[in-house]
Write a protein that binds this ligand. Sequence first.
Ligand SMILES: C[S@@+](CC[C@H](N)C(=O)[O-])C[C@H]1O[C@@H](n2cnc3c(N)ncnc32)[C@H](O)[C@@H]1O
Length: 230
Amino acid sequence: MKNVFKRIFHFVFVILSKVKTTFFSKLFISFGYLLKSEGFYNHFKVKSFPDRISMHQHLSSSFVNPKDKIHFMEFGVYLGQTYAIWVAGNKNPQSKFVGFDTFTGLPEDWGSEKKGSYSAEGNLPDIQDSRSNWQVGLIQETLPFYVNRISKEEKKVIHIDVDLYNASLITLFYLQPYLQEGDIIIFDDFFTFTKTTHEFKAFCDFLELFNTPYKPLFKCRLGHLVIEIQ
Ligand SMILES: C[S@@+](CC[C@H](N)C(=O)[O-])C[C@H]1O[C@@H](n2cnc3c(N)ncnc32)[C@H](O)[C@@H]1O
């Protein structure tokens, strides 16, 4: 009889553990981060743009003086839509532009978006500008070498649009020693409804690691956020 009770207890315990570790953890991760990013996002009382294109145009041609020398780095380029806006907007001949991408799409699934989404079939964007260069491959492999070309003193504009948590965190981690006051970071998917890992989670973990001071500058209705390093 004692053994039967023991078995029933064990069975119930296993079921409850499964519910706890799978169902509740998943729920917490999705809704915990969702609520947190929603809180962050709506808490910031900054100018909000109706779409990201007008936000990038304002940033590249007005907020950042087009005559300023900048080092623009885009992580996640795809067809180069936002990258092209910055190359066209900034007129300083000494500015540097670099785009990091596999150009074969997401290296792994991102929620409902499958590995290979946003593939440019290996083609580089048709952007003819001698200030521009491409770092083709996984950011995890290209960025650790590229950082030697970054100087802390130059003004940096960093656009993070890789979607995935791991590539976002590695980007922030490698760039952290080079960040200085006035540098700008644009998150393309700061506030995401449907995914459990994302740029917001990477940003939270980055702040846990480095406590880098920043202030929000702009947001865009679809969940983009721009911050300035303080
Ligand atoms: C949403 S798209 C970028 C869109 C682009 N910024 C635009 O405005 O049109 C995301 C890109 O991130 C790239 N990507 C994601 N993870 C990566 C990684 N670990 N290394 C290199 N590229 C990555 C994908 O190949 C994809 O092109």
